[in-house]
Design a binder for this molecule. Structure first.
Ligand SMILES: [Zn+2]
Length: 264
């Protein structure tokens, strides 16, 4: 299985210290419209502005440091939404400053390579709202659970991170459905943006495999989550962005991910 956590931690630390960051830009495909069920509202935009913005496909910026989880930034006239933040560097800061900073940061799960940049981000952008599943809150302050205890600088997060559990929310101008997908960790969250036709899976589902089971997660949770997800339907052309190993479409995920399909 191609996954970072299979590497020895010493190599992980080496990668942390020596790697170059990489940035890519992706333009999201046209959307198929609203498929979610709204259960709560946060900071909703005026209707006329929402209608206008729905015409504009967002840009998706991809920032990556070797060995660390991928940071995704969805930027449009609606606002700037960030998925995961395992690191913080000058290149990322410059992009965020040029685009008004992230309004919201959604964390897929509490491993160090997805949370390590949070405190530095908050120093520069104190107004950014940060969310994680309640079950992964303990990982933010526990270096054993977030797998950073053997590193030269173990990761603990002191910034306020709010809980965001199952449901559909209006975050800045984006409709976001939170789909809990326990297994990799107990509190892994998927974030589904139906209007943009995008799904962010963190480490629980990778393009061609399920993620590994780590502390607080379990194989039973993973099977149950996978089964529940496969009972739903998503557009074939929905882009699926993973925490490692890039992205795919929902159609290709069903075709290529035999570990996921075993739970159908
Ligand atoms: Zn992970």
């Amino acid at each position: 299985m191609k996954f970072f956590f299979l590497l020895p931690l010493s190599l992980a630390v080496l990668l942390l210290c020596s790697c170059q960051s990489k940035e890519e830009k992706v333009v999201a495909p046209e959307t198929e419209g609203n498929r979610g069920t709204e259960t709560s509202l946060v900071d909703e935009l005026p209707q006329s502005e929402k209608e206008q913005d729905a015409e504009t496909a967002p840009e998706i910026e991809i920032f990556q440091e070797s060995g660390l989880g991928i940071t995704y930034i969805i930027h449009s006239a609606k606002g700037t939404l960030m998925i995961d933040n395992g690191f913080y560097n000058e290149e990322l800061e410059e992009y965020l400053k040029a685009n008004g900073g992230p309004d919201v940061l959604l964390i897929t799960h509490g491993h160090y390579d997805h949370i390590g940049g949070i405190d530095n981000l908050k120093l520069t952008f104190p107004d950014t709202e940060i969310y994680i599943n309640e079950k992964d809150q303990p990982l933010l302050a526990d270096t054993e659970l977030n797998y950073s205890s053997s590193m030269s600088e173990p990761v603990t997060i002191s910034s306020e991170v709010q809980s965001l559990d199952e449901g559909t929310y209006q975050l800045v101008g984006y409709q976001v459905e939170v789909i809990p997908f326990g297994g990799h960790t107990a509190g892994s969250n998927f974030y589904y943006l139906p209007e943009e036709n995008l799904l962010f899976t963190g480490d629980a589902i990778l393009p061609e495999s399920l993620g590994p089971v780590r502390a607080t997660g379990s194989a039973e949770q993973m099977q149950e989550s996978a089964h529940k997800l496969l009972e739903r339907s998503f557009p074939d052309d929905m882009r699926v962005f993973c925490g490692h190993n890039g992205n795919t479409t929902f159609e290709n995920l069903l075709k290529n991910n035999s570990e996921l399909m075993e739970n159908e």
